[in-house]
Design a protein around this ligand. Sequence first.
Ligand SMILES: [Fe+2]
Ligand SMILES: [Fe+2]
Length: 360
Amino acid sequence: MPDPILLISDSHRPSEPLARTLALLGSVTTLSLADGAPDGGSHRPAEGPDGRFSTVVADIDLRDARSVSSLRRCLMPGGRAAPPTLCLLDGSGHDETVQAWAIGASAVMPVAAGREQLLAAVLSLAPPPATVTPRVSRAVPGVGAALADLLEGAASGTAIRPAVVADASVLMLDAIGDDGIGAWLDVVRTIDDITYQHCLSTAGFVAAFALRLGFSRRDGEALCRAALVHDIGKGRVPLEILGKQGGLSPGERAVMREHAALGHELLVMQGGFDSMSLEIARHHHEFLDGSGYPDGLAGAAIPDHVRIMTICDIFGALTERRPYKPAMAPADAMRIMGGMDNQLDGDLLHSFRDCFRDLD
Ligand SMILES: [Fe+2]
Ligand SMILES: [Fe+2]
């Protein structure tokens, strides 16, 4: 695993949204300058797994002398050289910029610039390992930023823009078509946030499977668009439930299950999403034997594109690392899914197994 990103913040803005965005690039350690030492005393960054950080993102009020002095100490613990540091600026004030360079920032950018620009800036400071292909290393943050915008739109009731989904699906299909699902997963599996990781890995399986099944470019893009928004309803599920370690209570499970109908409703209300996206958002937890939700559809009532999504969704969930479980080996996941023969489409499952046989 690459070194974590260190996010240093003070109390002038909540750090959680920023940490969630940065989690698209790997694990994130957050250090709050406001914790524990109100005099801006001897803060030291928490140690990462191997005591190193790939990058520092500083989100502090650069006009506050105490925050600046604490940050300076954090950046050079024990006289060590600081990792590349990105300072976020509140405005375009000359003072902030000068202060950032004086601290030793490697780059500065306005905090309002947006998710994709932030991820690109961090990536430019700490390029991914050489084993990650350039196309995939650019596409994952691009698609991830789009996904984060979509989930945030779902959570806040702002627009879920179909054009964002369409652009992301092109980016993803191109990257996986050229570099393969393995390269895609190498990057996606480093993402800390389980909802982002799940949506990006599952959509990746859908893209690779569509390519293997010989879908036309048009149909492949439609399926990828649907896969990217299949769990959009999770934007309305509280983060405490989404990220809960250990099993959910029956009440929490019921809230979680609402994401399918909620996602469908959100896409309908937004408008501009095709029937494939709407059906997949609502029905990707239905099973052929009628035991799924939310509508208990069975057999022929479940269209092929939904059956494909369901298989990719389950495989993604089983093979992802979660806070409460390690990642399952693909072969073990295939074995479990092979036992779901009343619930999953047997022919599609057979092709799926063929497509991902070499995955490790
Ligand atoms: Fe789901
Ligand atoms: Fe899902």
